[in-house]
Design a binder for this molecule. Structure first.
Ligand code: ADP
Ligand code: MG
Length: 398
């Protein structure tokens, strides 16, 4: 596994320092409460390590995509949940910059922690505005970035402010980079990548980056339909990208010209409509027999058995993208099975990255049984694509 090159909080002396900690508390809310606290829990090791060593912390995060101050996208529910997890009250400051905030931060004592209000209430954040970054960094001695899920964005809180203070990576940031980076730099073989999700167009760079590394590439979900069309199969009313069949064909060609293997669905669950009504009339077909008026909504049992066999033999499994429309229970079987096969191979390094795929693993209650479940959707994919993440690049090497 590649050694971790960046300076982390283990290299820092937080004692008596005021520390701006960028965390990713962009969590789903439901009726004014945190619906899934995975990302908050994931930041706890960094927060407690800094507190125990005498740091005074101001936590900074975005939430949603507000167009300016918006009480509906306040971090108040997060402050409440974080307080419960830490077993102490966490005050939410009314903003992330300005005189009131700076006065409150100046009063922080070692071991204190406060949460700053949603940094995206300021449009300057996403513009990475230099004077906003300066205001954000004002009054602190150190900067820590633990927000892996936001590291692919060069914003004021992830990049601009990091340049103005001694910057360190948090423990979650480190864990994510080691787990996802290890997949690319030094995977144990056989290495199986399962790539699903909606569209080829959003995953083409991920596919290209993985092809040279893997032993088996399994393509499922909506994007498999484009591969099926490229290999001469009819896909009925399925989600498909006709203009991407050329790219799909090139990937198939590249794999077939090597010793690698590509697994495309051999059978599929089809429904007349992608909804609860359609679920009542879903039928499994061989990929040669998909009827005109039906849409592919999941992988079929023979395909699932193939997945089971390759995952069982694998020593590294990377999974991104559900292999069916898992939001509808009747179409979630393939996705749940993939999660189960990975969980049942404890000898393998199993890594899940992506928005909906992580949601599927969490809903199946299997997150704890994976080697790593990424907290970063877009960031995890950009890392796999081999892109530089601005929020990481800005942290000095150890
Ligand atoms: P991730 O967030 O894990 O990277 P994507 O965003 O690429 O995944 O895709 C997730 C979406 O793909 C899900 O909402 C799911 O409904 C959809 N999907 C999976 N299989 C199909 C299919 N056969 N037809 C249409 N949509 C699909
Ligand atoms: Mg997604």
């Amino acid at each position: 596994m590649a050694p971790f090159a960046k300076r982390t909080i283990r290299d820092a002396d937080p004692s008596g320092k005021k520390i701006l900690v960028r965390v990713d508390f962009n969590v789903p809310l439901d009726k004014g409460a945190v619906a899934d606290d995975t990302r908050i829990r994931a930041a706890l090791p960094t927060i407690t390590s800094l507190l125990e060593r005498g740091g005074a912390l101001a936590l900074c995060s975005h939430l949603g995509r507000p167009k300016g101050p918006d009480p509906k996208q306040s971090l108040a529910p997060v402050a409440k949940r974080l307080g419960e997890l830490l077993g102490r009250e966490v005050a939410l400051l009314p903003d992330c910059v300005g005189p009131v905030v700076h006065a409150a931060v100046a009063k922080l004592a070692p071991g204190d922690v406060v949460l700053l209000e949603n940094v995206r209430f300021h449009p300057e954040e996403e513009r990475n505005d230099a004077s906003f970054a300066k205001e954000l960094a004002e009054g602190y001695d150190l900067y820590v970035n633990d927000a892996f899920g936001a590291a692919h964005r060069a914003h004021a809180s992830t990049e601009g402010a990091a340049k103005l203070l001694p910057a360190y990576a948090g423990l979650l940031m480190e864990k994510e980079l080691i787990a996802l980076g290890g997949i690319l730099s030094d995977p144990k073989h056989p290495f199986v990548a399962i790539i699903g999700g909606a569209k080829v167009s959003s995953k083409i760079d991920v596919l290209r980056a993985l092809v040279p590394k893997v032993d088996t590439l399994a393509v499922g979900g909506g994007m498999a339909n484009t591969f099926l069309l490229a290999t001469g199969h009819m896909v009925g009313t399925s989600l498909v990208e006709e203009d991407r069949t050329g790219e799909a064909a090139r990937i198939i060609e590249e794999i077939e010209g090597s010793r690698k293997r590509i697994l495309l669905p051999v059978d599929v669950l089809c429904a007349p409509s992608v909804d609860e009504d359609g679920a009542q009339r879903a039928v499994t077909y061989s990929v040669d027999e998909v009827p005109e008026g039906m849409a592919i909504v999941d992988i079929g049992p023979r395909t699932i058995a193939q997945y089971r066999d390759v995952i069982r033999e694998a020593r590294t499994v990377f999974w991104n993208g559900p292999v069916g429309v898992f939001e509808i229970d009747a179409f979630a079987n393939g996705t749940r099975q993939v999660a189960g096969f990975m969980a049942n191979n404890p000898g393998a390094t199993t890594v899940v990255g992506g928005g909906e795929s992580v949601q599927a693993v969490t809903e199946a209650g299997l997150a704890e049984r994976m080697t790593h479940v990424s907290t970063g959707g877009g960031a995890s994919l950009e890392l796999i694509e081999g892109k530089t993440l601005p929020g990481v690049a800005v942290i000095p090497d150890a």
